[in-house]
Design a protein around this ligand. Sequence first.
Ligand code: URP
Ligand code: ZN
Ligand code: ZN
Length: 472
Amino acid sequence: MPTLIKSGTIITASEIFEGDILIEDEKIISIGENLETAGAELIDAAGKLVMPGGIDPHTHFDLPMFDTISSDDHYTGHKAAAFGGTTTVMDFVPQDRASLNQSIADWHGKADNKAAIDFGFHMNITHLDDQIEKEIPTLLELGITTLKVFMAYNGRLRLQDGEIFRVLRIAKQHGMLTMLHAENGDVIDVLVSEALAAGKVSPEWHARTRPGWGGVEAVLRGAALSEQSGAPLYVVHINQAGEADQLRYARQHGVPVMGETCPPYLFFTQEDLLRPDGAKWICSPPMRSQKDTRGLWDALANGTLQTIGTDHCPFFFDGTQAINYEGRQVAIPGKELGKDDFTKIPNGVPGVGDRLPILWTYGVRAGHITPNQFVALTSTNAAKIFGIYPQKGALLPGSDADIVIWDPEKSLKYGRNHAHHRTDYNLYENWDLVGFPEKVLLRGSLIVDQEHWYAKPGNGRYLHREPNAFVL
Ligand code: URP
Ligand code: ZN
Ligand code: ZN
């Protein structure tokens, strides 16, 4: 049966207008004024905002790390995303097996039967040899067009610059996009050893052993490799103003580099690691300073950065204590693993469900970004960059009917009880929010209606993404 969303204020990446949206067979059929269809199911959106479903290009569900695993899996994380207005996520496949194809098959094994919203995969390249080089182009047949490389995590994930250059050249040849984790692994290794030897083991040392200039230098190094290979580069989780400055410099010189930041870098600083529960804020790269939060907002507003992902990688703060999740008691080892040693604290923070509500109140309402920029940064640009536009990220005839109906008046004191993440804390506990998803549709089906959840594990569909996507 068709669905008709009536009389909403439609917001896209470039327009705001009053109108109706007609949906049939999972797709948007038409958008306009005074649409009527006999027999359509009506959704009254008067007084509400209607936007494309959010796209989070950076999640880590069910990811083994140190002696534990990230606490949201491909169902619980998808559910949290949906309640926050996100209808598509992209998760990173670790290169854990001899072949990339095996690693990807493993990740499908974890995700396909649990997925509740649509999803794609990026492939981590953390070991490179002749066989892997030959295998990379075959990922296109599996719908994977993106490769993540690391300049940090020596001995585990890091590639040398020459290897990153080789990955970029293969990516260029096949219309793929390389994603970069930009930190200086060598300097981090030295500083971590020195800190541990001196008995400096508290959470603040996580940031103090990962110096900001290491990231600044690494972004510029990445840009140089992009220029030298002619391949586009997307720098993930940009956490400081100096990195955005390097990106701007490279972009002004015509280098095809793009950047993502994540909400915690817009609000928190290194000082948060000094709190008694500072481990909650540990992620890599770390949060920096007030000057950096301001610089990142500027970089979003002036187009230096193209996306806001979450890098959602949640762990319990105290994984010895169970929480109730969908009626069952769940406890997963978490940040307490590093209570005596910051290097053992699993790196990562929750956020997939927080992203849109937090950015609406503290980004749009606070005047840092416009409503159109909100849509571009949280949905449309990611669809374009990652090869799923205009199927996703757009309100156009023929697009998937992934739609958020947003109540701009709903106000609440936010926190763990609203967020639906499967963890025992929320970074934004007790923050006042105004504006919240009221209804969320995935391919035309209502999956969230206020506090009601209608999706089932397996409802989400894997996205085969297209190469040669936009460089924004
Ligand atoms: O601390 C974080 N961000 N964990 C996830 C891994 C990564 O580098 O994105
Ligand atoms: Zn990373
Ligand atoms: Zn990440």
